[in-house]
Design a protein around this ligand. Sequence first.
Ligand SMILES: *Cc1c(COP(=O)(O)O)cnc(C)c1O
Ligand code: SF4
Length: 334
Amino acid sequence: MIARTEAPAQRLPEWQRQAAEAVRDPDTLWALLDLPPEGLPAARAAAETFGLRVPHPYLARMRRGDPDDPLLRQVLPLGAELTPAPPGFTTDPVGDGPARAETGLLQKYHGRALLLASGACAVHCRYCFRRHYPYAEAGAGRWEAALEAIAADPSLEEVILSGGDPLSLADHRLAELVAAIEAIPHIRRLRLHTRQPVVLPARVDDNLLEWLGRTRLSTVVVWHLNHAREMDAEVAAAAGRLREAGATLLNQAVLLAGVNDSVEAQANLAAASFDAGILPYYLHTLDRVAGAAHFESGVDTAALMEGLRRRLPGYLVPRLVREEAGGAYKTPLE
Ligand SMILES: *Cc1c(COP(=O)(O)O)cnc(C)c1O
Ligand code: SF4
């Protein structure tokens, strides 16, 4: 049971300042990136449904004037989001609705429980299945009952902090949460699923490394990089700091039309990730979420994986998977 402590009275950490300054309206995005004006009215309409959010450090890696830039595409509101969802595209494609306990704890797989630590994200990815997720109901941020459930189940060895993005929380809150988790003797591993180091590399600061470096738990940070150009010197430095703190770094990507659905793009992503000490883990097919049908790739995934195997060492080939409601593990697609 975690006692709420007051935030220390000090200046906001740099990453929180950057998160607060993220671009949130299409007009600003259009101006900063010199985008063709004809897309703007539809972007304004789509952003009403799921807000635009792009932090400046991520925006700085995009090409100006190019609406097809693979980084921009991931965050760009389009009129296509507002067309009626094709059959099979729903608001809860992975069945989290039924799996979700009131506590914010999702337990779908043996030995691992996933805690919705925060509903917030520093970036809004247009393909995200959580674009319709009722976070307030999910109890994100209220952990007492979740911790009790974890403590009561000795079959659990691993707690996954997810969201949203768990690193949206301030470090004093994460430190409290992790202290409460590590007080449960049967928990051995702590995993973070986060996109923040990609879009806000300043997030990996001394305050974060302090609690992460001191936990007794084996720690895994699962990144979410979708394209080689998301990696730059600052992102690589953030990865280096996490590794120095003892974390194992993995990446899960989503297969996205026009972003990374080619052997070339996936091979470059794997190589760029590994140069920064991040191993490819999963390549997810798109969750069929209403509003994201334009991201569904028509690529032949068998040929894609064959191409990657021909080109890369085995340890750089991600596992192609799909998340299915009711499965005992993520469904391999090969
Ligand atoms: C993806 C996921 C996990 C983790 O699965 P791994 O195969 O261990 O990466 C755990 N719980 C839930 C609810 C998930 O969606
Ligand atoms: S949960 Fe992940 S994929 Fe979804 S909007 Fe947040 S950062 Fe993007």
